[in-house]
Every structure is written in C-alpha cells, then in structure tokens.
Design a protein around this ligand. Structure first.
Ligand code: ATP
Length: 264
C-alpha cells in the first residue's frame, strides 16, 4: 500500500506497561484503531484512562510493550523522522526570549530552512491562526488563548501529515475554549491534515470530531467508537441544535460508564 492510500493510523493489539515502585502498571491493553487520512478523531475518556499515553505511543514518545503501530504505512519512528508529526501539548511551552514569530519559526530553523523562507512561512502560519500583527510580541505580552494559537501555528509550520493535540485548551475558560474550537476547526479544514485530539470535554469532542473513540480505564482501552455526522463548518449555533445535544447525551452516558469502571 502506498503512503498516499495507507491509513493515517493503524494500531493493532497495543499494550503499554509502566514499571513503578509497586510493580508493573498496565496502562493500555488491546488497543486496535484504524483511522483513514484526513479526518478529525478524538480520544475521549476520564482522567487517568491512558489518553495521553496512547497519543504519546502513537507519536513515538512511548514504546509499546506489545502490538504494532503504523502511520501512513511507516513505523512511528520512521514517520516522526520523516517530519510527519505536529504536536500541541497541554502547555503551549513557548520560549520566553523569542518573539511569537521566532517561536513559530523554530521548527524551520531546526530543519535548516533558510532565514527568508522561514520568516515567510512563520508569518503565513501566524496569519492562519489569526495572529497577524502579533509577530514581534514576546510570549509574556500575549494572552493564554493567543499562546495556544502560537503553539498550533508552530505545530503546523512544517506541514505535518498528522496533528496531535493533547488537551490544547485545558485551563481556559469555557467561552474562550469554544472560540478556539471554532478557530481550530477552520485551521484544520484549511490545512487538510489528519488530526487526533485528546480531551475529557464531551462538548469539545462533539464539536470537533468526525469520530470519537471513548476510552475506559483499568486498564486503558477503547469502549466505544462513535461517528459524529454533523455538517461543517460547525458553529456555536449548532451546539444548541437537538442533534448536537443528542450526541452530547450519548457520549456523556458512555463517559459515565467509563468513570464507573474506575470504582470496580
Ligand atoms: N511514566 C509513567 N510511569 C508510571 N505510570 C504512568 C506513567 N505515565 C502515565 N502513567 C499512569 O498511566 C495512567 C494513564 O495516564 P495518562 O496520562 O495517559 O492518562 P490520561 O487519560 O491522559 O489522563 P488525564 O486526562 O488526567 O491527563 C495513569 O494512571 C498514570 O498515572
């Protein structure tokens, strides 16, 4: 299968164990996922179910204890070395001594892209995330929401084939998060990349996703695979529509089951 037609992600029978002081902890077990290219998929689950561990295993940060993973027909390591990944973490971690433009240009600098081209590309990415005019601001001079956008621009600047988002709007107030969800949807639609989001927020999962994989815990596993068939671009008006609320109810009930699993 060629890279153009291979699934964006193929995960087969993956398990992850951590060695801890009190013994071995089984964080993930029996994970099977196939994601075609181009979609927006969310991993939704209660705190501690292994969402970040799964995302990090896919992104070659954690090695699986068993099973195999493939991205566009490559191993996670090959895909990472090929520059296929963009990663947005919970904390935007911008370098405080570099301007917004210089922060976005950093991956291009590491990739040894010439200065004129990297400035041009970083400027275009900042414009894409709605931060035209903020190029020369330092991270201390922008809001938390703007810092998240800079982090998204930085993750997209090398045109990755897959974008990983690990609770990128964690800690922001609900209104700001909703605005940024709308922005992220626009950016994702324009970039045409495959995206995988980690969240424990049901409304965010419904708003953003084509598909939601609900995770349970002890051990971390996938307990439901839900398709979200709502038209795009989605707007805040849609969040009040009955179809949206029905998806929210369905995912909330699955999440409640997943939380209950904790007490078993
Ligand atoms: N390096 C590690 N060593 C030992 N245990 C770990 C390690 N990393 C994660 N864990 C454990 O694995 C489980 C899953 O953690 P993970 O961070 O993936 O969950 P999560 O679903 O992303 O949670 P949250 O939503 O709170 O971020 C937790 O019980 C966590 O304590």
């Amino acid at each position: 299968m060629s890279a153009a037609t291979a699934p964006a992600l193929l995960v087969e029978d993956v398990a992850v164990e951590f060695k801890t002081a009190s013994g071995t902890y089984l964080a993930l077990q029996g994970i099977d996922i196939e994601i075609p290219q181009g979609g927006f998929t969310t991993l939704l689950g209660p705190s501690g179910c292994g969402k970040s561990t799964l995302l990090r295993t896919i992104a070659d940060i954690i090695a699986p204890t068993r099973g195999t993973l493939n991205l566009f027909g490559q191993t996670p390591r090959e895909a990472r070395l090929d520059g296929a990944f963009g990663f947005v973490f919970q904390d935007p971690v911008l370098l405080p001594w570099r301007t917004c433009l210089e922060n976005v240009a950093l991956p291009l600098q590491v990739a040894k892209v010439p200065r004129v081209e990297r400035t041009e590309r970083a400027r275009a990415m900042l414009a894409l995330v709605g931060l035209e005019g903020f190029e020369d601001r330092m991270p201390s001079q922008i809001s938390g929401g703007m810092a998240r956008r800079v982090a998204i621009a930085r993750a997209l600047v090398l045109s990755p084939r897959i974008l990983f988002l690990d609770e990128p709007f964690n800690g922001l107030d609900e209104l700001r998060r909703r605005q940024l969800n709308e922005e992220l949807q626009r950016i994702w639609l324009e970039s045409g990349t495959t995206a995988i989001l980690v969240t424990h927020n049901v409304s965010e999962a419904v708003f953003m996703s084509d598909r939601v994989l609900v995770m349970g815990r002890n051990p971390g596993r996938i307990i439901a695979d839900e398709t979200i068939s709502l038209p795009r671009p989605r707007t805040q008006d849609l969040t009040r529509a009955s179809e949206f609320l029905e998806y929210e109810d369905r995912l909330t009930s699955l999440l409640t089951d997943a939380y209950r699993g904790l007490d078993d």
